[in-house]
Design a protein around this ligand. Sequence first.
Ligand code: ZN
Length: 221
Amino acid sequence: MISTQDVTSTQDEAKNNGADPARLQLARRDLILTGTAVAAAALLSPTASLAEVPMSEPKVTHPMTDEDRAFMTMALEKMRQAGVVDKTGGPFGAVVVLDGKVLAVAGNSVMSDNDPSAHAEVNALRAACRKVGSPHLKGAVMYSSCEPCPMCFSTAYWARVAKIFYAASYADYADLFDDANIAKDLTLPYEQRQVAMQQIMRPDAQKVWDEFRRTPGGARY
Ligand code: ZN
């Protein structure tokens, strides 16, 4: 996952910040080692402060329980419903569970909603958050019929989901959908990505960040 380029940019960053390059490289390697932080590491911009990225302990994998099987079966039924029966979008389904209870079940509805973000996981997380009246689902578990794309992983991350179970892998549908391509794109330098990234007007945006920091009761999450 980590490329020579990552290490080089980390060294440059260290030089620029006057920080110890060895410490920063170690910080990034630690991130790579923690399963759920892989996407976060890939998403780090060259200017991101590594020190502010929270570390998480490696998570233990448990054998699948009967409950897990039941929830994943619901996700797989929704997968078939969305992609094969109703054809609302791709064959993807997701279930969000909190404290052993199903909060939301959703399928992909990208086509019926004309919404590129209407992936099953995002749909399920949105519905679950509305149900609990919070953007956070601390301790929730998500069952996804397929390996979540970076957007869905990020949405689960933002929602503070504790764990994601998935069934099919990117490789099982790489001939049909872009999940693997997007994940790969995130590992490339901005100028080499399919969607080009170029930074402009940073100082103007930084002024708003300064103002936000000084604003009491700002919307922080
Ligand atoms: Zn997705």
